[in-house]
Design a protein around this ligand. Structure first.
Ligand code: F6R
Length: 620
């Protein structure tokens, strides 16, 4: 997945596509590729790992004939490491059909096996290549009298086989007068020009050519020619749908951020979709278990694991601490969390059947990488939960689970953290079902996970209330953040965000620890953010709130919807829906992110690039 751009018209296509890719660079990617079909009907392909500039350099040396149709892509790896052969466009056995794809084909493995059995030859590790081979198959099965619409029909039949998400653009040298575009849960627009049309995953790639766009809907497929287009349904009888041409009014900067003021805001609002993507194809609800492709090969070794050590830094470390509670409570495997920078310098004692689990968004954090190397040196099995496919940590651990959270541009990690929690829950179910967890418990966790995207959407809709709270607390001189059990790490995550975004001195503590010293800080001008959902430790957390109230400290509380009791202590309450205790951190984090974001915004800070910070910390 990442960025798509396609062009058909009268102009020379290559520079248009390369410039379109440059417009999409802000989204993050690891490789880029382009295919054009020249006037003689010959396809020309170029793909490069790295920046679009590398692709441009390679293209400068090429000697392609004039072409006015082509598609291009920036890839963010999901299946297969970043490499030339895994970059898009992907093709079929005969190099006649070319596909660029954003999204995930969940059933690609089954489809690939079936196609291989039918004689198809695959070159890449991608799920996308399956789409190209299916188009090849259906094109040749199609009625050859289909009046120049064989390609659209073959793509439609292909998409009917696919489970998962996609935004795709397809070209073929057999019908070089059209681009086929289709969408299901992955954005795709048509840019409508004069005697030329474009296809793109994002308006930024078309805006320098036209402001008139059509936003494709899920389940729609478009046949785009230079002088027109036709949009039909993928399902049903493939009937034509009515398209509405809209004028883009945003400027470039706003388009890149999808209409949000900052990438962080955009990424927070992507969280419902990120939860869905992190779980996609991984939850087998009927059997109450998790299917995690990246660790299937070592599942017997994982069954033997007697102790887990999780190494991570910063926000990923907070996720690790939530995972510790989950794994111990539901899978019964002794688990401990290490700050990776400490782990590498102490002398960790390993015993038999230990697993070192590294959690990292970037997959490049030097301290986490060093912890893995140290464990491997001692013969300990390692595994990763990593967002960036093919990153150093992913390669070093060899086995693991990818987040599928998409690129995170804002320096402060948000959607990746939530995805780390979701994967921790899935990994817990995976381990638990290998041990004592019943099918019913596996199903309960699975069902609760499935409810989360809707609940998060509701929480995001409560933003106006959070903005009011942010206005009230924006000038505070500091803050205390508190939580217990599953939400003690969320107090830490809240503190990280309030520190890095708002530049506030914030102290985070497991709530029960406050009375052992930090309570001396409680004062009328020193607020406490207390995470107190109605869970197994609610009464205890409530008594911490009472202690703060008794000393005149202002309280901002997070609790479960319907619990009005805390109104006795404060009016500043953020409510979260009821869910399983182990999943409350996911919901509690959402208002915290909005709260920290809006305080930082009101204080006029550089939200996406906080001072002194970098997105990946590749130094010790
Ligand atoms: C905070 C944040 C950092 C990272 C930490 C680890 O918002 O983003 O604390 O979580 O630097 O980074 P990764 O997950 O890339 O290993």
């Amino acid at each position: 997945m990442c960025g798509i751009v396609g062009y058909i018209g009268k102009r020379e296509v290559t520079p248009i596509l390369v410039n379109g890719l440059k417009r999409l660079e802000y989204r993050g990617y690891d490789s880029a590729g382009i295919v054009v079909i020249d006037k003689k009907g010959t396809g020309h392909l170029a793909r490069e790992v790295g920046k679009v500039a590398m692709l441009e350099k390679a293209l400068a040396k090429s000697n392609w004939g004039t072409a006015s149709i082509g598609i291009a892509h920036t890839r963010w790896a999901t299946h297969g490491v970043p490499s030339e052969r895994n970059a898009h466009p992907q093709s079929d056995c005969t190099s006649s059909f070319w596909v660029v794809h954003n999204g995930i084909v969940e059933n690609y493995k089954d489809l690939k096996d079936a196609l291989i059995a039918e004689g198809h030859k695959f070159i890449s590790d991608t799920d996308t290549e399956v789409i190209a081979h299916l188009i090849e198959k259906f094109y040749h099965l199609a009625d050859s009298k289909a009046n120049g619409h064989r390609l659209v029909n073959a793509v439609r039949q292909t998409l009917r086989q696919i489970k998962g998400t996609y935004g795709i653009a397809v070209v073929s040298k057999l019908e070089p007068d059209k681009i086929i575009a289709a969408r299901n849960s992955s954005p795709l627009i048509l840019g409508i020009g004069t005697d030329e049309n474009l296809v793109a995953s994002d308006a930024s790639a078309v805006i320098s050519h036209t402001k008139n766009v059509i936003y494709l809907n899920d389940g729609e497929i478009a046949e785009v020619r230079g002088d027109g287009f036709r949009i039909e349904t993928v399902g049903g009888d493939g009937e034509e749908t009515k398209a509405k041409v809209e004028e883009i009014e945003w400027d470039m900067e706003k388009i890149e951020k999808g209409g949000h003021e900052h990438f962080m805001h955009k990424e927070i609002f992507e969280i419902p979709e990120v939860i869905e993507n992190s779980m996609r194809g991984r939850l087998i609800l009927e059997e109450g278990r998790a299917k995690l492709g990246g660790i299937e090969d070592v599942k017997e070794k994982l069954r033997e694991v007697k102790r887990i050590i999780i190494a991570a830094c910063g926000t990923a470390n907070a996720a690790a601490r939530v995972a510790e509670y989950m794994i111990e409570e539901y899978a019964g495997v002794p688990t401990e969390v290490d700050i990776a920078s400490e782990f590498r310098y102490r002398k960790p004692v390993f015993t038999e059947h230990n697993l070192l689990l590294a959690i990292s968004q970037s997959g490049e954090t030097a301290d986490t990488l060093a912890a893995i190397k140290e464990a491997k040196e001692k013969g300990v099995m390692t595994m990763g939960i990593v967002n960036v496919v093919g990153s150093s940590i992913a390669r070093e651990t060899g086995v693991g689970i990818y987040n599928h959270a998409g690129p995170e541009i804002s320096v402060a990690s948000t959607k990746a953290f939530i995805s780390q929690l979701v994967l921790s829950a899935l990994f817990t179910v995976f381990l638990g079902r290998q041990r004592d967890m019943s099918i019913v418990m596996g199903q309960r966790i699975g069902e609760a996970l499935k409810e989360l995207p809707g609940m998060v959407r509701r929480l995001l809709a409560d933003e106006p209330h959070i903005i009011e709270l942010a206005k009230k607390y924006k000038d505070t001189r500091g803050m205390l953040t508190l939580g217990r059990k599953y939400n003690a790490p969320i107090a830490t995550e809240a503190a990280i965000k309030l520190k890095e975004l708002c530049y506030l001195p914030v102290i985070d503590l497991p709530a029960g620890e406050m009375k052992h010293g930090t309570i001396a800080l409680i004062a009328p001008d020193f607020p406490s953010l207390v995470i107190a959902p109605e869970d197994s430790v609610y009464e205890k957390t409530k008594s911490t709130i009472e202690q703060i109230k008794a000393r005149g400290g202002p309280i901002i509380a997070i609790t479960t919807e319907g619990n009005t009791e805390l109104e006795r202590f404060t009016k500043d309450i953020m409510y979260i829906p009821k869910t399983l205790e182990m999943l409350t951190p996911i919901l509690a984090t959402i208002p915290i992110y909005l709260f920290a974001y809006h305080i930082a915004r009101l204080r006029g800070h550089d939200i996406d690039k906080p001072r002194n910070l970098a997105k990946s910390v590749t130094v010790e």
